[in-house]
Design a protein around this ligand. Structure first.
Ligand SMILES: C[S@@+](CC[C@H](N)C(=O)[O-])C[C@H]1O[C@@H](n2cnc3c(N)ncnc32)[C@H](O)[C@@H]1O
Ligand SMILES: [Zn+2]
Length: 381
């Protein structure tokens, strides 16, 4: 049984079961995968591809693991890019064809194992989207090899339990990095995912530049530009490093290095270490802003809001969670986010929100200053 929905401005037939609650879906899997909660992921990709096309790029988009075709067909319809959709499942490919017809779209469609498809289509697509069940790691190598010397790679990871430190061994096995639990787990997870891409690209002599990345809902997403060159590969690897985090007082230090050094927090406690991870930029701010403008055609305002927050977000690794801070300082109330940002600005520091957490503040102010600002605002309220 299929139901017709509209996402963005694309009509989609999707299994009725996929619109049920996650618990219901687990009881009996739908014949083809479709997750309505991944709409933001698809919206953001459409907006970004539109921004690239508006900037004069030409895009040959491969939706490698297309399922119902939701993402690739939306890219074809809403960004008007050239698109090919692939999936290993026969019922998925049937549905993709029906959905292409429903929207009168002319796209390429194939049924193939993803790695085999990549190996036999080198140089055919300059934008490859990997949207797997769980980790994208098994597809990275062949996807990077399949790209031309200048290409784009978009990667989704839904294995948040390993990346957020619930299963550190699984994270180390798949990503060769140590995750962390607690307030910084999502940002660390996102940076570990990007590091895995940058390392795989470097092996193949390509440099990585992040165009857009986000940790929203229940997954991580990174869209990067890859360019051939030994020097570019080395420059990307030089952006990898470690986080030293004090679970006792909340201080943190980042270290750009291939190996972490032994450090102690000024409070006397030992630091927890996470990494290696990407400590470079999490987006190209001007492209993110253009994508935000492009997202104006979407009825759902959330996408544009998230993109604006990402574009404005300060490029300082690791935000402070205000609720955590309140607990640490044994505060029963908190000043508003606006007041805190305003006071940090008044003192000459940069400070912004983060898309990762509604209660997170990114700032270049030292930790002591942030604590002083929060305490001071409460005293005067
Ligand atoms: C998470 S879904 C993709 C969701 C889709 N991009 C969307 O936005 O709705 C993953 C898809 O990958 C396909 N798949 C998984 N492993 C594969 C492989 N090794 N080769 C080809 N297809 C594969 C599955 O059949 C499934 O349809
Ligand atoms: Zn400490």
């Amino acid at each position: 049984m299929f139901a017709e929905i509209v996402e963005g401005s694309t009509r989609l037939l999707v299994p009725e079961r996929s619109l049920a609650s996650p618990q219901e879906i687990k009881k009996a899997l739908p014949p083809v995968f479709f997750n309505p909660r991944m709409k933001l992921n698809r919206d953001i990709t459409c907006a970004l591809v539109r921004a690239l096309l508006a900037g004069g790029e030409s895009i040959q988009f491969l939706d490698l693991l297309a399922a119902s075709g939701a993402k690739g067909l939306r890219i074809a319809k809403e960004a008007k890019a050239e698109v090919h959709l692939n999936d290993g499942s026969e019922s998925a490919v049937e549905l993709i064809k029906k959905n292409a017809q429903l929207n009168q779209l002319s796209v390429g469609v194939s049924q193939s194992e993803a790695n085999l498809f990549l190996v036999s289509h080198r140089g055919s697509f300059n934008f490859i989207d990997i949207d797997p069940f769980g980790t994208p790691v098994p597809f990275l190598h062949n996807a990077i090899l399949a790209l031309p010397p200048r290409g784009y790679l978009a990667v989704t990871a839904t294995d948040t339990a390993p990346l957020c430190g619930v299963y550190p061994k699984a994270c180390f096995r798949k990503y060769f990095s140590i995750p962390i639990r607690g307030e910084l787990c999502k940002e660390v997870g996102l940076r570990i995912l990007i590091a895995a891409i940058a390392r795989e690209a470097a092996k193949l002599r390509r440099g990585t530049r992040v165009l857009l990345s986000h940790a929203t809902d229940h997954y991580f997403r990174a869209i990067v530009a890859l360019r051939s060159g030994r020097r570019r590969a080395d420059e990307a690897l030089a952006k990898l490093g470690y986080l030293h985090y004090c679970t006792s007082c909340g201080r943190r230090e980042v270290e750009l290095s291939s190996l972490p050094s032994q450090k102690k927090c000024v409070c006397g406690e030992s630091y927890s270490i996470a990494g290696a991870m990407w400590l470079g930029e999490l987006k190209d701010a001007s492209l993110a802003r253009k994508a935000a403008e492009e997202a104006a055609y979407l009825e759902d305002r959330r996408t544009q809001k998230v993109l604006v927050t990402i574009a404005d977000e300060l490029e300082v690794p690791f935000f402070y969670d205000l609720h955590r801070l309140a607990r640490r300082l044994s505060l029963h109330e908190l000043p508003t986010m606006e007041k805190i940002l305003e006071e940090l600005h008044r003192r000459g520091y940069s400070a912004t929100r983060t898309h990762i957490s509604a209660t997170g503040v990114r700032t270049d102010a030292p930790y002591e200053v942030l604590l002083e600002v929060v305490r001071g605002l409460i005293k005067n309220s």
